[in-house]
Structures are given as structure tokens and as C-alpha cells.
Design a protein. Sequence first.
Length: 276
Amino acid sequence: MSTRTWFITGVTSGLGREVATQLLERGDRVAGTGRNSDALDELATAHGDAFWPAAVDVTDTDTVRKTVDRAAAALGRFDVVINNAGYGMFGAAEEFTDEQIAHHLATNLTGSITVARAALPHLRTGGGGRIVQISTYGGQAAGPGGSLYSAGKFGIEGFMEALAAEVAPFGIGVTIVEPGGTATGFRRNAVLSSPLTDYDNTPAAMVRGLSTGTRPSPGDPVKVAAAIIAAAETEPAPLRVVLGSDSFQYVHQALTERLADIAGQRASAGAVDIAD
């Protein structure tokens, strides 16, 4: 396989770091962004010119656009763009501040949209390519304590699903990846709300202490990263890829229940149409 060029956000930790490392070790080129300059320096030291680093916060839309343009100019083209930057935020909806909600959505939703929009002119000019969006089963299956997290993930999945149809004429594929729990630092780095006592002993309280919980995550980061790379190189582009037995279970259950909710409504839905 010929050398490929990737643009990946959030390469300084977790799945982003593992994906970037696997690609660089097989001889591909990676433009990688993140907020941790030390971690970026480590990758640059280990992989030399094959790694193009940029310290970027994806909430800074102007810097994101300029960074994508600079990376394209430096590397010549992108074959794959992976939107990986993001973080978890858990708790009851009213336990968060307005500022926390705004920052979370600016990172997990608007940040990914900005990266995709900035990359599209380069992918079109290059004759095609792939955008990969790292989501989660929480982008299909919403649960108590995950309202704000799912708000961002449901939103970005909707955006990417529509985008896939928009850019298909240009030979650009879009793939949404929905991993389950994976043994990275995701839980440890999640933002938890300040608890309100009214939510004690309610379903939303289940997420309290998530960052210090001892329940193991079933996903192997090395295998998940390899599966993400494989999905990015699968033709034609799969719209969604579910990774992890827990993710399959939650997504399948959510979609089954969603269909069941509307299955008996055909007649009542049609009853509001304008009469012939």
C-alpha cells in the first residue's frame, strides 16, 4: 500500500494517540493536533518529518481553519481526516453551568464541524478522500446522566450523515465510528457535574464517580485503533461502524426501541396530512 496522509485531531492521548502511532509506525504521514505540546513533541521526536504537529484547541475556529490550510500546504494533500478531539461530560442536565455546556458543545460538536468544513476544499481539490468522525454509542443511545454528552454526539452524527450525501458526488466518503467503553483515559478525563441533592438516588446519579470507578472498560485501545484505520480504508465508505460488544448492545437496543415507538403510528401520522 502506498503512503497515505492523515489529518487527525486529538492525537496527544487516548484513541487519537494510538491511531496516529499505528499509522506512523507503518510508514504513513500524519498531521496531528492537540492541546498538549509536550505530547506533540514526543510524537515529533519519535517519528521525525512523518509527523506534522500543531497545538490547536478545536474551539478556536479561526486557528483550526488556518491549521488545516497550513497542514495541506505542507503535506500536499489529505487522504483521510479523523475528527477525534472531544471529551465526556456527565451528570444531570441542570447540574451544569452555561459555560460548561457551551464549551462542551464547542468542542464535541462545533469543533468537529469546523474541521470537516475546513478540510472539504482540500479533499475536493485532491479528488476525494474520507472524513472519519469518532462518536460513541452515546450518539445513538441516550441515557440518564448523559444528556449533554449525547447532545453533542447525536448532533455530530446528524451532521455527518447529511454531509455524507452532500459530498459523495466529489468522491468523498464519510464514516461515523461508534466505539464502546475503551481502556483509555476517557473516564479519568471526563467532566462531572456538581451534584444537586435533589438528584440523589435517581437514574442520573449513576454517573457520579465515573472518573474513579473500578468497572473495567471492555474495549482494547490497540484493537479499536486498528479497526478505525481499517474502517477509514474500507471502500465503499461505511456510514457507521460499531466497535465493542457493549456498543453493539446499546445501539441495537436503542434503535429497536425507537422503531417500536413509532411502529403503530402510521395511521395517526398520516391523519394530519392535507386531505386530497
